[in-house]
Design a protein around this ligand. Structure first.
Ligand code: PAF
Length: 279
């Protein structure tokens, strides 16, 4: 497994043989089974697999969150080597944002609700860094997790609008045995917070069961999820949403198909999760 720092190194490896297909898994490191599921899918569908590890400063709207984001590069590389990854790209920030950098990618409507409303500037940072990765790496396919449902929608929109020549593959959420969605942020939870964190899955599961049993009122589903989370003392709601899966706008009437999503602080740690109901 090659570990590259610079754009020149990545391009040299990528274009050593132009007939080879490459899958790219962009990550911010602190890898868990969710990331490894993306790597395995990329491994199965491409001749070669590249993984980027870069904690992207421009997508953090809170400097404390950036400072506290877990970093474990050696452990990450060991995990990726064991998965048979061909190339890891772990650039230093000036390689991505050199002095004088001034170009950003702004995706419009789809970035406004949900995470975009709670974390101003977040998707500008995500779209910019992912566009740069696509441009440098030029993968045949790129892999993203459904846990960041809005991120996937934003990247798909950007790739379509800017005509990136690649396929975007979305992979299912990977959960712990009790239902908590895997996330790099989970390592920051104390033991008691870790137990409370299952409330996100509980709220989604409860609402999706109600939907399966015929409940279609978006308001009732939202209220049900809200009440469930409010009963957990360590949890503080950022948002609870029943949205149109295409536009991500809130549904006010009947939810025939919907993205159920939520962002909740468990202590200081902000977690997100989602489920889709309907086709
Ligand atoms: O999902 C992530 O880990 C990040 O948002 C991504 C896509 C690697 C961009 O920094």
């Amino acid at each position: 497994m090659l570990i590259a720092k610079t754009i020149v190194e990545v391009r040299t490896v990528r274009w050593a043989d132009s007939n080879v297909t490459w899958g790219l898994v962009p990550t911010m490191g602190a890898l868990h089974e969710g990331h490894l599921s993306l790597v395995r899918r990329a491994r199965a569908e491409n001749d070669k697999v590249g993984v980027s590890i870069f904690v992207n400063p421009t997508q953090f709207n809170n400097p404390d969150d950036l400072a506290r984001y877990p970093r474990m590069p050696e452990r990450d590389c060991d995990l990726l080597r064991a998965e048979g990854v061909d190339l890891v790209w772990a650039p230093d920030p000036p390689e991505i944002y050199p002095p004088g950098y001034q170009t950003y990618v702004t995706v419009e409507e789809v970035t406004r609700p949900l995470e975009g409303a709670s974390r101003p500037g977040h998707f500008r940072g995500v779209a910019t860094v992912v566009a740069k990765f696509f441009n440098v790496f030029q993968p045949t396919r790129a892999y993203f997790g459904q846990k960041d449902a809005q991120q996937v929608a934003v990247i798909r929109q950007m790739a379509r609008d800017l005509a990136f020549n690649l396929e975007i593959v979305t992979c299912p959420i990977v959960r712990e045995a009790d239902g908590l969605a895997m996330s790099s942020r989970n390592v920051r939870l104390s033991d008691s917070e870790r137990k409370s964190a299952v409330v996100l899955y509980g709220a989604l599961f409860g609402a999706s069961e109600a939907w399966k049993h015929g409940e279609r009122s978006a308001n009732k589903l939202r209220e049900m999820m809200t009440r469930f989370i409010e009963a957990e003392p360590l949890a503080r709601i950022d948002y609870v949403s029943i949205a149109d899966p295409g536009t991500l706008l809130e549904i006010e009437g009947r939810a025939e198909q919907a993205l159920l999503s939520l962002a909740v602080f468990i202590g200081e740690v902000r977690l997100i999760d989602n489920m889709v109901v309907g086709n």
